[in-house]
Write a protein that binds this ligand. Sequence first.
Ligand code: ADP
Length: 490
Amino acid sequence: MKILFTTSEAVPFATTGGLGDVCGSLPFALADLGHDVRVILPAYRCVWYVGREIRPLNVEFIVAVGSKTVSGRLLEHRSESVTFYFVQQDYYYDRDALYSVHGQDYADNCERFVFFSRATLEAIRLLDFYPDIIHAHDWQTGLVPAYLKIEYASSPLYRSMGSVFTIHNMAYQGRFWHWDMLLTGLDWKYFNWQQMEAYGQLNLLKTGIVFADAVSTVSPRYAQEIQTPEFGAGLEGVIQSRRDVLWGILNGIDYTVWNPTTDPHLPAPYDEHTVWQQKPFCKAALQSEVGLPQRPHVPLIAMIGRLTHQKGFDLVAKILPEWLEQTDTQWVILGTGETQLETTFRELANRYPDKLAVIFEFNLPLAHRIQGGADMFLMPSRFEPCGLAQLQALKYGTVPVVRAIGGLADTITDCRPETLANGTANGFSFTEESPQALSETLKRACDAYRQPEIWRQLVLTGMRQDWSWARSAPRYVEMYEATLRRIRGG
Ligand code: ADP
């Protein structure tokens, strides 16, 4: 099968989180299954810093963006099994960041991704690469399925293509004022509550959901949750209307990147046989790197992620003063995001420098060292489409403590007498969204930490589980095949 990923992020070239991880690793897993997979993304400034060879293709094009015509060029990077194409348009993409600076979205984001979506469909013709499936991701490429259905339907070369749209997070919808409909170039008749409009605005996530031949999201539990008002972010009705073509496929992680045995960032790599000798070295090195006292037997609790309401950092901020004051624990927090949360955590770190370290950066090598050195990984998310960090933690023998929702519920089995007995326990979880529930669960985790038999079992269960793409990539193939059967017949 020929598959084209169209995405605004793919590691190692450009990423702000899970979307980039998925679009940089799933294509390789699909290629390993024998498919011809290519990825197209914008040529942001950061793609040049990666050190991979990117060459111009001598392919230039012009597309309409509202009343303007805008030109672009295609570039290419060939890896062993996957080809990456880049859409170069320096006015749109040669910027400091992908979508926003200082917490402020770029004012022309709609225009930038209208251009990119149109460029994707033009690139197919110009590269003479006609995929069976165009796989679009999140609001940035939500227009791609719409353009395919509306503008390219009459072209014989495009007609038999299937489109798949993956929702990585319902909270980011690409909502723009209604006049931006003019930028899309699509007829106003599509600006209605059943297609591109939601609550008076142009909604690009909704557009993708409505026009794609199949829709997926990144865990089975989240696929259920987004059909409800609590998690549907106002689009639950739209999701329900596409229930018959909705798939929930758990994300995988790339064990060539996230593997404590081969991780170049760890001071003392380890596997399940050497974890008890080596992880203490990683812990001591981490403590000294982040400025905490080297205390081997104190539980070191870590958090890595966007400092947002979604990730439950505010719940943590509520329990931290008591935990820092009353318990013998150490904490390390790595993240970027809301200024208010940064201020709160910074103040606490100043008050308790021996117990809390905070680093407000996006720092991948440090993320690896934290996974390697910490004892527990905390993720009390309000909602979590899949979550990758808890899967990374499992592989590194760092026991996850999570809220049982979305992908966290699908991957973390709470430590209870019965789950310990049947060997499924791999972490701790709670359901109620409250500081009390979080605190009680952390206490249970700290108690277990002091019982070596139990802790050993939890660590080894997590390390031995397989959360790689080898599990999930075949499910994507199943979805592609089912979609093609449906649209092509037979
Ligand atoms: P989301 O996509 O919602 O941000 P995920 O857990 O699915 O959350 O994926 C986040 C990814 O980004 C993980 O690989 C995590 O380790 C990484 N990450 C998040 N914040 C940081 C940071 N400040 N520094 C380094 N890596 C980070």
